[in-house]
Write a protein that binds this ligand. Structure first.
Ligand code: GLC
Length: 500
């Protein structure tokens, strides 16, 4: 009997550990989410205070963007201490409280890990500047032609004449992953957070850590190198060596039953597939969906491509419409009606869905922030800024005193407390969709429909999205819709139908 119990336990564990396969994961940008101590910056106690709200929303997990000790030169993606909480965000004790309560509410916790670069305030980089252990970073006597993702050259000169590499801001020096210290260090960092109970990691710039031998020039190609990221091979991205790192990490993750999702920008689905599998990572973000136009055909192309990719790796794909790096989808699609329709489509797809804090309130991008308040390091170098999607969440009028970025007056009408009891609110729309989403079963079977319309069946349900200019007839019982429907589906609307 004991052998049977053993097998059952293993199967149960495997199933329990696969929670991420169809999870709804909610991204928390700690600086902007909720302010527990009233200083104008969001913090971990703020997140703790909102766990009941997140539980009522129905999410399976939260992903916390970095809250580690940091000068916040890149919103915390510049880490000075990987194993501590920045005082502005709280303390390790606050983190323990948060994760404890999240687990009581059945919400899993994913943290961000930033292994490509540290902050220039990291003790190792300070030592490197003083001439100690410089080979933990990438120092050279001469720069090459590599460009920073944030614009301008990827090299900065130090007073003694050498140059160091930073694929992002100068305050984010790239680690040298040929150095054994770096490998050992990150394994310790993983263990540190796993021992504190985290259920997974989001790996920042997961395609970046290894650079091609000899750091060859990209060559004069006449455009910004970043534009080539998803079409060409660059000597600083998606090098085969990154896979060795994930093979080192996987046994550690397995020991704790944890998952990892990669932020990897690569040149083809086949290259992305290489990050996933039994000996590497569990999932990778699928950004194609996020960059698709609001148009039935573009959505269908991306969905089919993503499903084919998923087949390739034997792991379900991820879907995302908004995050802390891209303009919010209400604004990208030109209005709330379309955003809600796209959300309803996303939540009906097989795989996991990643939501970005505030999208459940229907927040739009804040495009008119005064330049002097913008903090994104990319803004100074390129004029492009990601601050507009990082404006604090409007919980209630006056909920923030002196928020680090001002909220637009128009958000007073859509605060979370105003939406709470309004059955037609976007908040209640998200709650209902997340709850009903669980009823979708099986693969997608595409249905033949008119141009501009997208429709498929999953099990006994059908999904229809109308991106055309005219209403289309629908049949069946409406389970829910992204806007008002009758026996026709108006433009810019999606519906979930059950067979009669
Ligand atoms: C990732 C993050 C982004 C950050 C960059 C550098 O792309 O999502 O916010 O600026 O990495 O760490």
């Amino acid at each position: 009997m004991q052998w049977l119990q053993g097998i059952l336990l293993r199967v149960t564990n495997e199933v329990a550990n696969d929670w991420w396969r169809d999870a709804v994961v909610y991204q928390v940008y700690p600086r902007s989410f909720a302010d527990g101590n009233g200083d104008g910056t969001g913090d971990l106690i703020g997140v703790y205070d909102k766990l009941e709200y997140l539980s009522a929303l129905g999410v399976d997990a939260i992903w916390l963007s970095p809250f580690y000790t940091s000068p916040l030169a890149d919103g915390g993606y510049d880490v000075a201490d990987y194993c501590d909480v920045d005082p502005r965000f709280g303390t390790l004790a606050d983190f323990d409280l948060l994760i404890g309560r999240a687990h009581e509410l059945n919400i899993r916790v994913i943290v961000d890990i930033v292994p490509n670069h540290s902050s220039s305030e990291h003790p190792w980089f300070r030592e490197a500047l003083a001439g100690i252990g410089r080979d933990r970073y990438i120092f050279r006597d001469q720069p090459n032609d590599w460009e920073s993702i944030f614009g301008g050259p990827a090299w900065t000169q130090v007073p003694d004449g050498q140059w160091y590499l930073h694929l992002f801001d100068p305050s984010q020096p790239d680690f040298n992953w040929s150095h054994p210290d770096v490998h050992a260090f990150f394994k310790d960092v993983l263990r540190f957070w796993l021992q504190r109970g985290v259920d997974g990691f989001r790996i920042d710039v997961a395609h970046g850590m290894i650079k091609a031998d000899g750091l060859p020039d990209v060559g004069a190609l006449g455009h910004r190198q970043i534009e080539l990221m998803t079409t060409a091979e660059l000597p600083y991205f998606d090098q085969d060596g990154v896979h060795e790192i994930y093979r080192e990490w996987r046994p550690i993750l397995d020991e704790y039953g944890a998952m990892a999702v990669a932020e990897a920008w690569v040149s083809s689905p086949a290259r992305l597939a290489r990050y996933i599998g039994r000996d590497e990572l569990h999932q990778a973000f699928n950004f194609d969906f996020m960059v698709a136009e609001f148009d039935a055909k573009s959505f269908r192309v991306v969905i089919e491509k993503s499903l084919a990719e998923a087949e390739l790796v034997g792991a379900p794909t991820t879907w995302v419409l908004s995050n802390h790096d891209k303009p919010r989808h209400v604004t990208r699609y030109g209005g709330l009606a379309r955003a809600r329709a796209a959300t309803l489509l996303m939540l009906s797809l097989p795989g996991s869905a990643y939501l970005y804090n505030g999208e459940e309130l229907g927040l739009d991008e804040v495009t008119d922030l005064p330049p002097e308040l913008r903090e994104d390091p990319a803004f100074l170098r390129t004029g492009e800024s990601r601050d507009g999607c990082r404006v604090p969440i409007p919980w209630a009028e006056g909920a923030w005193t002196n928020p680090w970025l001002p909220m637009p007056a128009r958000w007073d009408a859509i605060t979370a407390d105003k939406q709470e009891h309004d059955p037609g609110s976007t908040l209640n729309f998200y709650r209902q969709a997340i709850r009903l989403r669980r009823g979708f079963r099986g693969d997608i079977q595409w249905l033949d429909v008119a141009d501009g319309v997208l429709s498929f069946r999953r099990g006994d349900r059908r999904v229809v999205l109308n991106t055309s200019q005219s209403p289309v007839p629908i049949e069946g019982t409406v389970l829910m819709a992204s806007g008002p429907v009758t026996d026709t589906l108006p433009p810019d609307t999606a519906v979930w139908l059950a067979d009669r």
